[in-house]
Design a protein around this ligand. Structure first.
Ligand SMILES: [Cu+2]
Length: 165
């Protein structure tokens, strides 16, 4: 019973988020938060999987929704969480790299329009070895994403509920 509901939830996630692939890299579950009010910045999170035998890295990203797209991480600086731009995001051979709240993310600076819940937009990810991968980012509700997404994936019932929003 438990396995069944987990599988159903996984299928649901794949159906909504889509899977994009090039070379040994698979991009899945790309999502963003609805932007608040006049916010001019947005973020995207996703799962990057390298099923090959060679290390790869995400070196840039591009999208039409903002003036600039950067790769960022979060760092603790004197007890304050700050964002910092990074040159690249490692996706080691045989490993999974999670872009998630409080950690690595794709940052959209100078949004041309607010990100609205239920909408989606294309994002191109450029990998050093595997080249460009186009994925679709689904915009979720702003408040629903305070929870740790990686933990939520383990719980099928919660995931289902979240997608019904
Ligand atoms: Cu950022």
């Amino acid at each position: 019973m438990k396995i069944k509901s987990l599988l159903a939830a996984t299928a649901l996630v794949m159906g909504l988020a889509g899977i994009a692939q090039a070379g040994d890299i698979t991009v899945s579950n790309a999502w963003s938060r609805a932007s608040m009010g006049m916010a001019r910045a947005g973020v995207a999170f996703m799962t990057l999987k390298n099923s090959g035998k060679v290390d790869d890295k995400l070196i840039s990203a591009s999208a039409d929704i903002s003036k600039k797209v950067e790769l960022h991480t979060h760092l603790m600086d004197n007890g304050i969480m700050r964002m910092r731009q990074v040159e690249s995001i490692d996706v080691p051979a045989g490993a999974v790299t999670q872009l998630k709240p409080g950690g690595l993310h794709v940052m959209f600076i100078g949004l041309k329009a607010p990100l609205k819940k239920g909408e989606s937009f294309p994002l191109t990810l450029n990998f050093e070895k595997s080249g460009a991968i186009k994925t679709v980012v689904n915009v979720h509700a702003g408040g629903a994403m305070k929870m740790d997404h990686s933990k939520m994936k383990m719980d099928g019932s919660k995931m289902k509920k979240m997608n019904m929003n």
